[in-house]
Design a protein around this ligand. Structure first.
Ligand SMILES: Nc1nc2c(ncn2[C@@H]2O[C@H](COP(=O)(O)OP(=O)(O)O)[C@@H](O)[C@H]2O)c(=O)[nH]1
Ligand SMILES: Nc1ncnc2c1ncn2[C@@H]1O[C@H](COP(=O)(O)OP(=O)(O)O)[C@@H](O)[C@H]1O
Length: 208
């Protein structure tokens, strides 16, 4: 990569219903230095979702064209749909010093780590399987059949938790959010990041 990336790249994964969207939305609302990467997906929009906000909703032919053009940083099939992260927008934001969150599954997380070893992985766990199911039902967006499939996929997703740098149990929302915010704050003080951000200060101090 030619340019230096001042922002951090975060990967946020969790089984559906664990609360990752609620957590990252709370962070975006209070931290102007954080952005979410908007993925492409072939799944249908849910009520209340807007094209370009939650996802770029697209059809399978266009998605396959984007794969062929190597437009994706990573892509994966989750349930019966394709999901992918396009490259350019992310690198532009990192170069501007913004922290970028990728809300992707474990398959995508592996592809990102292979290409970008500085990516910081955070896995959100539900406090129990029963709570996970009741949160999915409470969200009211999925049929019984879809919920049953999400629950069977949940165990598969959770089995990859130890491939991540941090794990947060989302039981009490405020506690989980505090942990998430603390990780973001701490990562901004990494020596490599500070070295780039405060080059002039460090040069001044060393020239005494
Ligand atoms: N690999 C990959 N996974 C994604 C991407 N976008 C979303 N996902 C994952 O796809 C799964 C289903 O997402 P979605 O249909 O929005 O349902 P949700 O988990 O209930 O929000 C989740 O595990 C997401 O993390 C992406 O760009 N790449
Ligand atoms: N700590 C929590 N306590 C209670 N309900 C929660 C908590 N975190 C999230 N929820 C609720 O659970 C449901 C699923 O959360 P959501 O953020 O959509 O999960 P995900 O993005 O991981 O699929 C939503 O209705 C959300 O309001």
């Amino acid at each position: 990569m030619a340019k230096k990336h001042l922002g951090n790249l975060f990967i946020l994964s969790a089984p559906s219903g664990a609360g990752k969207s609620s957590l990252y939305k709370a962070l975006l609302a209070e931290d102007s230095m954080v952005r979410i990467s908007v993925s492409h997906t072939t799944r249908a929009a849910r009520e209340g979702e807007q094209d370009g906000r939650e996802y770029h909703f697209t059809n399978i032919d266009h998605f396959l064209d984007m794969i062929a053009e190597e437009a994706f940083f990573e892509h994966a099939q989750v349930f019966d749909n394709y999901y992918g992260t396009s490259k350019q927008a992310i690198f532009d934001m990192l170069e501007q010093g913004l922290d970028v969150i990728l809300e992707i599954d474990w398959q995508g997380a592996r592809q990102i780590r292979e290409q970008y070893s500085d990516a910081i992985g955070i896995f959100i766990l539900p406090p129990s399987i029963e709570t996970l199911e009741s949160r999915l039902r409470g969200r009211g967006t999925d049929s019984d059949e879809v919920i049953a499939r999400r629950m069977s996929k949940a165990v598969d997703e959770i089995s990859h938790y130890d491939e991540y740098d941090f794990v947060i149990v989302n039981d009490d929302f405020d506690d989980a959010f505090t942990q998430l915010r603390t990780i973001f704050t701490a990562m901004r003080s990494k020596t490599a990041v500070m070295k780039e951000k405060h080059t002039n200060l460090i040069n001044d101090l060393l020239s005494l």
